[in-house]
Ligand binder design. Structure first.
Ligand code: IMP
Ligand code: MG
Length: 182
């Protein structure tokens, strides 16, 4: 499926936006940067399920300091292409984040609502530090004033699929990222 240059879903046409090679190159750079910034520390990478699972997996292969991982799960989109404007916590963290250096790993920041929710969620803990890494940012869609510390790619405010990101739970397995053609 990854070799196709167009993906047609009903009346929607998705075209390539970021190739597997571009993803690999950028994720390697991000891993190197994080490894430098966290030298001497043991950060906990916390992936936001489901979307960030592939990115987190590839990112930590490029981390050269000791690290731990955990996940929690949020839901906001349902089966739609636009945010429902509501976030729910579906699976809590398992690790103790107090006095730890935590790095939240997101697939994509759109309105910023999920990140704002996460900031509030973590305000009840006392991590030593908290940073946010997102593979993608739709800067023009931001509605909340959130700080993303590490950004893989800034993309136009259009719906994307692949590399962990879904449309009605499908297409997460695509190796490249595809964007909805206008
Ligand atoms: P936000 O809360 O509006 O910033 O949206 C964040 C979450 O919505 C992301 O973590 C994704 O899971 C999902 N999302 C946002 N934009 C897209 C997209 O274009 N395709 C697939 N999922 C998306
Ligand atoms: Mg996500």
């Amino acid at each position: 499926m990854n070799k196709e240059d167009k993906i047609i879903i009903g009346s929607d046409v998705f075209v390539p936006l970021i190739t597997e090679k571009e993803l690999n190159t950028r994720i390697r750079e991000m891993g190197e940067q994080l490894s430098k910034d966290y030298a001497g520390k043991t950060p906990v990478f916390i992936g936001v399920l489901n979307g960030a699972f592939l990115f987190l997996a590839d990112l930590i292969k490029n981390i050269y300091v000791d690290c731990e991982i955990d996940f929690f799960k949020l839901s906001s989109y349902g089966d739609e292409k636009i945010s429902s404007g509501e976030v729910k916590l579906i699976k809590e963290l398992n690790c103790d984040v107090n006095d730890r250096d935590i790095i939240i790993v997101e697939d994509i920041v759109d309105t910023g609502l999920s990140i704002r929710y996460i900031e509030e969620l973590f305000s009840k803990y006392s991590p030593s530090s908290m940073k946010v890494v997102s593979l993608l940012l739709k800067r023009e869609s931001l509605k909340y004033n959130v700080k993303i510390d590490y950004i893989g790619f800034e993309i136009p405010s259009r719906f994307v699929i692949g590399y962990g990101m879904d449309y009605s739970q499908k297409y997460r397995n695509l190796r490249s990222i595809y964007v909805l053609e206008e």
